[in-house]
Design a binder for this molecule. Sequence first.
Ligand SMILES: O=C(O)CCC(=O)C(=O)O
Length: 391
Amino acid sequence: MTSSRYSDSIEACAAHYGSEAAAVRAYMLEGEKRAYELENRGPLRFTDDGSLHQDILAAYSKYGFYVFEGVIGSEEMNDIHEDIAELRSRFPTNSKSDVDAQGRPALGSDCTGPALLWSKPLSDPMGGTAVANGRHQVKLKDLDAGTDAPTEAPFILMGSLQFSEAALRVYGHPGLLKAAASVNGEDFAPFNEVLFIKDAGLGAAVSWHQDGDTHWDNPDFDEDIHGFNFMAQVYGSTPVNGVWVVPGTHKQGKIDINAMVAESGSERLKDAVPIVCDAGDVVMCNRQLVHGSFANAGLEPRLTINFGFHKRSSVLNVKGAGIHSPVSVYTDDVIKERSKVIGYAISARQNQYPDEQPYAYQPFMDDDEPYEWNTDAKAGLKDYNLMDLSI
Ligand SMILES: O=C(O)CCC(=O)C(=O)O
């Protein structure tokens, strides 16, 4: 039997699957072992010209994901924990409520754009639905969260940088922004930012999907055309609660996931591996990779600070897909306005970590605007996600 540091959690999870328990256990143990056999993890490393080390770029290109280990140190992690606790205290009491548990106006209650999404515990709310242009082609198994579980649990916090300064500071991390420039060019553009909240015993599934929408039939299609997401882990990511990916699928165009499930004989895609990593690690995950996460029926929570970047050429003068934000054409002005958050994030980070060399974002180099993080800038971020660059 393969050993695992997550054995107890895998057992707890497998027990939810009834007659499939043994298959789930074996899948998670074998997947974890195969994940650690891939050569796609290590610290952020750069060459003298500031590019990501070629070994990292090669591994990212081969597998479609890379685990940057130890990006967030203990001081920053403490800051994130405090911020998340405060943020959660401002969540509405339920999906219909406008107030938090202390009766204050809840986080997001004054927003026009989407903020906190809820889901039924251990369900798969998106699989097999038309949500996001039907990208979640198959429905994963809904699990029983037990009679003590609440009827709904927080799931995804959209437009997260307007609510969490700790997430904003992670967004301004110079090493991560350098990595973004290395993959998407120095004039890279933002995508969107969310928190994925997968509380232990409650967190919902995100069915298998590929994220891209706009460029599948583009004659200039390539593996990077729909960008990537950084996934910064606050508690770590396990075979039970983590995102699973099918390495290499980001190069294959739009994939029939129903056919993959049929070929695998179950929702457990046979070539998939879990993204396993520790708190403080940050994953770079190609949006075209087939990926998804099962309901978190295990013992550890996962909270991912998710933020993506695009190549400018993928969004400039492109009509958005209307998935993350209302449909519009991403002119130079729109991209500039949406990119302001990069400038604010760099400033917010510099305020907190004055000894760190801040990232110099090339599109703002000849700009007179100071992009200073202050109360006006904070107010200006309200509903900024209505301009997410959705492709
Ligand atoms: O974190 C998760 O569970 C899902 C992440 C995902 O699907 C995405 O970032 O596109």
